[in-house]
Ligand binder design. Sequence first.
Ligand code: TMP
Ligand code: ASP
Length: 242
Amino acid sequence: MTHPDIKAENKLHEGKAKVIFSTGDPALLIQYFKDDATAFNGKKKGTIEDKGVFNNEISSHVFGMLESRGVKTHFVRRLSEREMLVKKVEIVPVEVVVRNVVAGSLAKRMGAPTGQKLSEPIIELYYKDDALGDPMINRWHIRAFSLGTDEEMDVIEKQALIINTLLVEFFGGIGLTLVDYKLEFGRSPEGILLADEISPDGCRLWDTNSGEILDKDRFRQDLGNLTQSYQEVSRRVSSTVK
Ligand code: TMP
Ligand code: ASP
C-alpha cells in the first residue's frame, strides 16, 4: 500500500536510488526506495528487481539497531515495502567512507591487495557533488569551502567510528564481513543525525565463510544473481529481530 503523501506534488527530490517526499508534518519526510541502480558515478545504469524493497528492509533494521544502541539517526519507522518515514534533515555535503578491509578505490590508491584487513579503520571524506564525481577532500577543504564546521566534523567522525564498531559486530553476527561503506549525516534541530540509507548499495559485504560478494559490486562487475544477493542480506538482517 502506498502512503497517501506519495504523490507528484509532494516530490522534493529524486536521487539515483531514492525519491524524497514531503508529508503533512514539516519535520518528517518519506524516503521511497527505487529499483534503479547506478555505478561509476552514474555512467552505468540498470535496475535490480525488488532492490528497493530489500534496501528498505535492511536499512530499517540497521537504523533501528543503531538507534537502540544510542546512535542518533533520521529513522522513524518503515511505512511499507518501499517507504520509510524519516526526520527532515539538511544533508551535510560530505560523504563519509569507512573502511575495515582493503577494496575498491583504496586498493588502487595504495597499491594494496583486496581483502587485506586494516590494522585500524580508515575514514575518508568526499565532496557530495555528482557533477564533479564526488572528489575526495579533507578537513581543510571542508573549512575553506564552508561545507561544515570543525565542531560538526568532529561529531561526524566520532559517530562514524562508533557506528563502525556497532556495524562490524552486527554484520559479523550474521556471517557478513563489512569491508567498507558510505555514510551521510544531516543537520536537524536535534543536532547531527545519521541519514540516507545503509544497504548493499553503499556497503561492501562479503560472506565471511565463502568470500562471496553480496553487494552492489555484483552490479558494477556484472557478476549476476543481483536480486538474490540483496535478498540474502535482507534475510540475514531480518533474522536478527527478536
Ligand atoms: P570506493 O572503494 O569506490 O571508494 O567505495 C568505498 C565504499 O563506499 C563502497 O562500499 C561503496 C561506497 N560508495 C558509495 O556508496 N557511493 C559512492 O559514491 C562512493 C564513491 C562509494
Ligand atoms: N553510487 C555512485 C553511482 O551511482 C558510485 C557507485 O556506487 O559506484 O555512480
